[in-house]
Design a protein around this ligand. Sequence first.
Ligand code: GLV
Length: 320
Amino acid sequence: MKPTVFITRKLPDEIVAPLKEKFIVRMWDSEDVAVTDYVLREEIAQVDALWSMISDTIDRGMLESATNLRVISNMAVGFNNIDIEAAKEKGIIMTNTPDVLTETTADLAFGLLLATARRFNTAEKELRQGGWLSWTPMGFTGMDVHGTTLGIIGMGRIGEAVARRAKGFNMQVLYHNRNRKPEAEETYGVTFAELDDLLKRADHVVILVPFTEETKGMIGERELSLMKKTATLISVSRGGIVDESALYDALNNKTIFAAGLDVFETEPIPLRHPLLTLPNVTAVPHIGSASVETRRAMMRLNVEAIINVLEGKEPENRVV
Ligand code: GLV
């Protein structure tokens, strides 16, 4: 009997073809709507391989009911949507899709920084609504990015790629990370700072740490109060690292200048969310890795990982 693969989202035929040649492939039939919890649970209990998305929460209960599951290949670099301890205990291999998305995600982080600091959202909205009445000396003014101090929280691969971009903008780069990164300091000329110090000194702060017990709520009321009144905060790794209600207060009271958000505590963010009422929020729908090339490269990694595990080989990008 051929092994069975379940893919939790409808994907293009040419991407899935190599899997179909070897295995029985079942696929959730919508591109836009996530698989239901019920179907996910049913499939996990039966299949040999699962290709999951970050929108799928795969919990211990689901994994405990798995009888044949050998691999979960998550289409993301982050994997906080999966209980990896439970997967490990069951001997289920879990893979992710790092590296191929590093530069694309850094582009988004830097682009969101520019858009937020220079208020693209307000300027475009006003233009479309007829609010651009004439060139005005102080109209639509924002904060400079070039020549300022950038604080990067989380100096992993994407952090380093953001630091390289910042150097091109003549920025001084401070970083905070669990461990100091002497090679990054040397290669990119970045300077380590304790978190509070970074928050006090940076003109712009980019958050790139993964979501863990340690980083959950890492940027709350106290941390936001340390930031400059003119500072922007860019959040592009996972929602839940920044406390959204503290962020709302800081932005509403203008104790910080603006925030650019690609990730949210609840995704999709509810349309009535208070943050979406603020003009100093630039919000995009979790699109860090969303370029055609990069999404295809990520999918190729998922295909390779599933084939490797089901054919008894060690996959690349194994997390557990
Ligand atoms: C996206 O958020 C990812 O982790 O790849």
